[in-house]
Design a protein around this ligand. Structure first.
Ligand code: 0X9
Ligand code: CA
Ligand code: CA
Ligand code: ZN
Length: 427
């Protein structure tokens, strides 16, 4: 095999050569290297929304903390504007993207405990094969590049659509958030493992759906070089540009692109796409969630969308900083807050409205709630900082950091018949 490292070195050397006047090269600037910084002085949602509006990639945020990834030039500019920026070391195994289409994408050393797309399908098939009466595995369509999008159902009499509250868990909308795939697997495998030993399991009283890898093209691309590419979006090219990728979590169709919480620039990490649901990965969820409206009634009551990192539990709306807005009255807001805070009690995360981070429009949770009345939360998992691995914590943390959410998941499933019950209301 030709040494990939040598090829990378040669490319890197070529890129540092000054452009000579005569060279008729296209006017496209080479992408500048980026560094992660801890930022001080931008602690309000308004300040962070303003940073996002400049297409600065916000990796993590929370009360009193913010981490961004940007170029040195932009960092200097932000310092000149009075912000404090401290560079953070990159996680191990970050590197230039050298896709190897001939190879199955594999995680680098230190991360082989993570599950790639092929392994995910194998794990799901094995779970079904040994528990066929409570597990079914299918798909809800295909990604942009044609990968099937896996769908798991867990319930007693799994082949029958029973009159039980339905709950949906979605993972890995964002490519580099690999820990979330492990979270969906943990939920599925734990529910099945506990089923035999416990009576009154939510497996009997709920129909639990999992979409464990919403964005497989992005997730596979992120590890295709055997190094992490820091990739977030899907892998759909934008017509008329050389840019690739739409941010799925800015592509949902409620208040899409409304409010400065997404980008119209195809090269941005928060590019919202050319229209709502222009990404096949969101369009197929749109179709499938629509198919759960049976007899005029949406069967899914509750949903969690898993992300990393920041250790947060977020509720709608993300598009506005107002606590209440059309479709979200004070009673609904009280339920979101009470259940969100109760779950946070179990895992030590910070619970807040999504827009307390920064404004985002076209997010999955706003769409789930506003158009289907589904009680939808966004969890941002471990860690809180890139100094603990950021998007790429070692595989040794998987067991601990997924089990950390067991109690929150159980609480959530328990209230799925009527989330307002947590505030004393009835359904
Ligand atoms: O920006 C996002 O999409 C989420 N953070 S991440 O670092 N995983 O990309 C936060 C979304 C918050 N907004 C809503 N939940 N609507
Ligand atoms: Ca059932
Ligand atoms: Ca049902
Ligand atoms: Zn995310």
């Amino acid at each position: 095999m030709i040494g990939a490292a040598a090829l990378v070195a040669a490319l890197a050397a070529a890129l540092t050569l000054p452009l000579t006047a005569g060279a008729a090269l296209p006017q496209q600037a080479a992408p500048q290297p980026e560094t992660t910084y801890r930022v001080s002085g931008a602690d309000t949602p308004e300040q962070r929304t303003a940073l996002a509006a400049r297409d600065i990639d916000i990796l993590a945020a929370g009360p009193d903390r913010l981490e961004i990834r940007t170029t040195r030039a932009e960092a200097d500019q932000l310092r000149a504007e009075g912000l404090g920026l401290t560079p953070l070391a990159d996680p191990a195994s970050l590197g230039p993207v050298v896709p190897r289409p001939d190879k199955v994408a594999e995680f680098p050393a230190g991360y082989t405990g993570y599950t790639n797309y092929a392994e995910l399908n194998t794990r799901l098939a094995a779970l079904r094969a040994s528990n066929p009466s409570i597990v079914s595995v299918s798909n809800y369509g295909r990604s942009f590049l044609g990968r099937t999008l896996p769908l798991v159902k867990i319930s007693d009499n799994v082949g029958t659509d029973e009159d039980e509250p339905e709950v949906l868990f979605t993972c890995a909308q964002h490519a580099r958030e690999h820990l979330t795939v492990e979270m969906c697997l943990r939920i599925a495998e734990r529910l099945v493992a506990n089923y035999a030993s416990s009576t009154g399991s939510t497996v009997n009283s709920r129909e639990i759906w999992l979409m464990p890898m919403l964005n497989p093209d992005g997730a596979e691309f992120d590890i295709a070089s055997n190094r992490f590419a820091f990739w977030r979006k899907n892998r759909q090219p934008t017509a008329g540009t050389s840019a690739v990728g739409t941010d799925p979590n800015r592509n949902w169709g409620y208040q899409w692109g409304c409010c400065g919480g997404s980008s119209g620039s195809p090269s941005s990490d928060t590019y919202r796409g050319k229209s709502a649901f222009s990404a096949p990965e969101t369009a197929r969820v749109f179709d499938w969630v629509g198919s759960r409206v049976v007899g005029g009634r949406q069967q899914i009551t509750s949903h969690i969308d898993w992300h990393t990192y920041s250790e947060l539990i977020l509720w709608p709306y993300g598009y506005t900083s107002a606590d209440t807005a059309p479709g979200l009255d004070a009673d609904a807001a009280a339920t979101f807050q009470a259940l969100g805070r109760a779950m946070a009690q179990t895992n030590g995360y910070t619970a807040e409205q999504a827009s307390d981070l920064y404004v985002t429009d076209g997010g999955i949770d706003d769409w789930m709630w506003a158009t289907h009345g589904i009680w939808s939360y966004t969890f941002e998992m471990y860690p809180v900082s890139q100094s603990q691995g950021g998007f790429y914590p070692r595989d040794s943390v998987i067991a601990r950091e997924t089990a950390r959410n067991d109690a929150a998941v159980d609480l959530f499933l328990g209230y799925a018949d009527c989330p307002p019950r947590i505030t004393g209301r009835t359904c």
